[in-house]
Design a protein around this ligand. Structure first.
Ligand code: UDP
Length: 249
C-alpha cells in the first residue's frame, strides 16, 4: 500500500517511520522493476531548487526518506506531518542486518578500502549477508563503463552507492537501466565511512536534539557552506515557497 507523502519545495517526501521504511525496502527488493531510493536532507532540497536534473530525479524516486530533522520541522511549519527523521545510515544498516542471503548486495563508492571495511562490519552484524562485491571507483563519466562491467558480472539485487549527494543519485539515475540485476539502488552518503569506523556519528543526545549538523560542523569545518544551506537557506526557502517549487527554479 502506498504510504502518505508530503511535499516540500515541490519534492515528495514519504511520511514513514524507520520501521515502515525498512519494511518498504523489503517489499521493493522483491517487486518487479528497478527502484531508486533516496534520502533527501535539507541541503539536497536546496540543491533541487537550483538543479532541475537533480529535482526531477528526486521527483521520480520510489521512496524519499526524510534524512534530516529540518524536513520534519519544516513539514510542521507548512501544516504537514512527518512522523520522524529517518536517516539513510540507520535505515540501511538495520535493513542489511536482517536481510536474507537470497538477496545480494554490492557496495560502490567511498575512499579505497572503506567499502571493504564496511562489508566486514556488516558481515559481523549478519553472517548470512550476501555481499557480492565492493568497489571505490568515482562518479566521473570516464569511470562508468568499468564500474558497470564489474557490477554486471557480480549480479547484485541491491546496489548501495556512496559518492555523496547529488553525485550518487545522478549516477544511479543515469546507469540503473544498464544494471538489470539491480532491483533496489540507494544513495547512502557517508554510511560506509560510519560502518568502517573512519567517521563518527554525533552523540545520541545531539542527534535527539536535532543538532547533528553542529557536530559535523565541529568535526569538518569545511562543510560550513552545506550547513549554511541546511540551517539558513532551506528554512527560508520553505517559509517563502512551502510545498511549491520556487517560481524562479
Ligand atoms: N565520495 C566518493 N567519491 C567522490 C565524492 C565522495 O567516493 O567523488 C564518498 C566519500 O568518500 C564519502 C561519501 O562519498 O564516503 C559521502 O560523502 P559526503 O560526506 O559528502 O556525504 P554525506 O554523508 O554528507 O551525504
Amino acid at each position: 500500500m502506498a504510504s502518505p507523502r508530503i511535499t516540500l519545495l515541490g519534492i515528495p517526501i514519504d511520511a514513514v517511520t524507520q520501521t515502515q521504511a525498512i519494511e518498504k525496502l523489503r517489499v521493493l527488493v522483491t517487486q518487479p522493476g528497478q527502484h531508486h531510493v533516496m534520502t533527501p536532507n535539507s541541503e539536497m532540497l536546496v540543491a533541487s531548487v537550483r538543479d532541475a536534473t537533480f529535482r526531477s530525479v528526486l521527483q521520480k524516486s520510489a521512496l524519499n526518506l526524510p534524512d534530516s530533522i529540518g524536513l520534519v520541522w519544516m513539514a510542521k511549519m507548512t501544516g504537514q506531518h512527518l512522523p520522524e527523521r529517518v536517516t539513510g545510515v540507520d535505515t540501511v544498516t538495520k535493513f542489511l542486518t536482517t536481510l536474507s542471503p537470497e538477496h545480494s548486495v554490492f557496495l560502490l563508492g567511498s575512499a579505497p578500502g572503506i567499502a571493504d571495511r564496511a562489508a566486514e562490519t556488516l558481515m559481523q552484524m549478519n553472517a548470512q549477508l550476501n555481499i557480492v562485491g565492493t568497489h571505490a571507483g568515482s562518479p566521473r563519466d570516464e569511470d562508468a563503463p568499468a564500474i558497470i562491467e564489474k557490477i554486471r558480472s557480480a549480479l547484485p539485487s541491491i546496489l548501495l552507492v556512496a559518492y555523496g549527494a547529488p553525485a550518487q543519485d545522478l549516477w544511479v539515475d543515469q546507469h540503473l537501466a544498464s544494471l538489470p540485476s539491480v532491483r533496489l539502488a540507494m544513495g547512502v552518503g557517508g554510511t560506509f565511512d560510519f560502518l568502517a569506523g573512519t567517521r563518527k556519528r554525533a552523540p545520541l543526545i545531539l542527534q535527539s536534539l536535532g543538532l547533528e549538523w553542529m557536530w559535523r560542523l565541529l568535526l569538518e569545518p569545511k562543510r560550513w557552506k552545506r550547513i549554511w544551506n541546511a540551517v539558513v537557506v532551506f528554512p527560508w526557502f520553505v517559509l517563502r515557497y512551502g510545498k511549491e517549487t520556487p517560481v524562479s527554479a
